[in-house]
Design a protein around this ligand. Structure first.
Ligand code: LLP
Length: 432
């Protein structure tokens, strides 16, 4: 899982700094991002589009991980951002992120969220359902504003991934269904809305996808729809947005192609499909979240107690768990880990890495062969940058970890560690 330059003197190095130094300086549990990995993945995506001479936006799916510093890195890299809540939008605004590079998603945006987005002139509202067309129409009239919109359609592509993280199949809460004609109905409604400028069509088929077939079928379906809309309604989308979902390597059992290679496949399909029909090749937007944030993140934990059940299992417990990474408990997600202060050691044993939360399911990694650890050792769980911190909770009233950005031997706090005072910040004493 690790590159050679990430191990020096048997120590894990992140962004040029020994992981144990980061643990000592900032404490554990600690979420660390190697910012150069974030940048290089964004650039790899951008390069594919340039090589194919296709207009594009690399729109990072903020839900994978968002904070002020993250939006600021994205802005430096000229990436767009997709937000799915007023909270993500607020964070982007506070970060000084360019609002014209924001896409606002969601299947139940509130009036207040739409008002906020419109008054800050976000780049595009991703329309998800009929109620929203009406609500946005009212908001635009009330505020005397116009906006770009895209229609999110559900393309009925079942990607090979966990059921809970599939979104593109027909039976989905997201988007206008193509098969039953809802997408056509939505198109006609939006074309009649004087304050909405329809710039494109969006779909997203799922997350942590390894097969390219799903993306190819999705692209074909979007081109079919483009042609149909062109022929039937005289409307040609300038942009097709194919969403995100490019799978990443979590353990040595995963063998995904590079995230940018998924995009190459999409562009090749798109070019062939549009040229054979005599349609102009539209701009392509992508919304990768996991592939940008995931590999860049590492979680550092300190080893505490352990429990050996002879002939059955040895549990090693760390000072974090399902509160900072719910994915193993929620999806059965698997991760790899190393002992940060002793990466390669022949003296290994099979352990189960447990968290500190009061729940039997709070297991970070079931069965991993690791060097024998002692209390105080630092264990690094790898590729935790996506949907770890962003899905973190205060379960058991534990504080959420700090987040540190590291690059070229420098480190900084991106999100402070929560304090006990933070935990009762919103509580009020009993008065009745
Ligand atoms: N665009 C849309 C419209 C999405 O719904 C998503 C993810 C993305 C882009 C980004 O997908 P990505 O490139 O990150 O796969 N919590 C789950 C993942 C949920 C993904 C939801 N939508 C997990 O931890 O695996």
């Amino acid at each position: 899982m690790l590159d050679d330059n990430e191990i020096q003197d048997n120590q894990l190095i992140i962004g040029g700094i020994p992981a144990t130094d980061l643990a000592a300086e900032y404490g554990t549990a600690l979420q660390v991002y190697d910012v150069s990995k974030i940048r290089s993945q964004i650039r790899a995506f951008q390069r594919v589009f340039k090589e194919n001479d296709i207009e594009y936006a690399v729109s990072y799916a903020s839900k994978a991980f968002a904070c002020l510093a993250m939006y600021q890195v994205l802005a430096q890299e000229d990436a767009h951002a997709d937000v799915v809540s007023g909270g993500e939008l607020y964070t982007a605004i506070q970060a000084g992120f360019p609002m014209d590079h924001v896409s606002f998603h969601g299947n139940n945006k509130s009036r207040a969220e739409l008002e906020m987005a419109i008054s800050h002139h976000v780049g595009v509202i991703m329309l998800d359902n009929f109620y929203e067309i009406q609500l946005l129409s009212e908001v635009l009239a009330d505020l005397d504003e116009t906006t770009n919109v895209m229609l999110r359609v559900s393309p009925a592509v079942s990607a090979h991934t966990h059921e809970f993280i599939q979104t593109g199949q027909q039976d989905s809460k997201f988007g206008f269904d193509i098969i039953t004609g809802q997408a056509d109905e939505a198109l006609q409604q939006v074309l009649n809305e004087p304050n909405m400028n329809l710039i494109g069509v969006h779909s997203h088929i799922g997350s942590q996808i390894f097969e390219t077939d799903g993306f190819k079928i999705e692209t074909e379906k979007l081109v079919n729809l483009m042609q149909h809309w062109h022929d039937e309604f005289g409307f040609t989308p300038q942009i097709i947005n194919v969403g995100g979902g490019f799978g990443i390597k979590y353990t040595d059992d995963d063998h995904p192609i590079r995230p940018e290679d998924f995009v190459q496949q999409i562009l090749t399909t798109l070019r062939a499909e549009t040229e054979s029909r005599g349609l102009a090749t539209p701009a392509v937007w992508i919304e990768p979240g996991r592939s940008i944030a995931g590999p860049a993140g590492t979680t550092l934990y300190t080893v505490g107690s352990s429990k050996t059940i002879p002939e059955i299992r040895k549990y090693v417990a760390v000072d974090g768990g399902m509160g900072d990474n719910i994915r193993p408990a929620l999806y059965g997600a698997e991760y790899d880990a190393v002992v940060a202060n002793d990466v390669h050691d022949d003296n290994t044993e099979l352990i189960t890495l447990a968290g500190k939360y009061c729940e039997s399911g709070d297991i970070l990694i079931k069965d991993i062969e690791l060097p024998v650890v002692q209390p105080g050792d630092i264990i690094a769980v790898l590729a935790t940058g996506a949907y770890g911190y962003s899905m973190a909770s205060n379960y058991n009233r534990n504080e959420r970890p700090a987040v540190v950005f590291v690059e070229n031997g420098k480190s900084q706090i991106a999100i402070e560690r929560e304090t006990y005072a933070d935990l009762i910040h919103l509580d009020r004493n009993l008065t009745i």
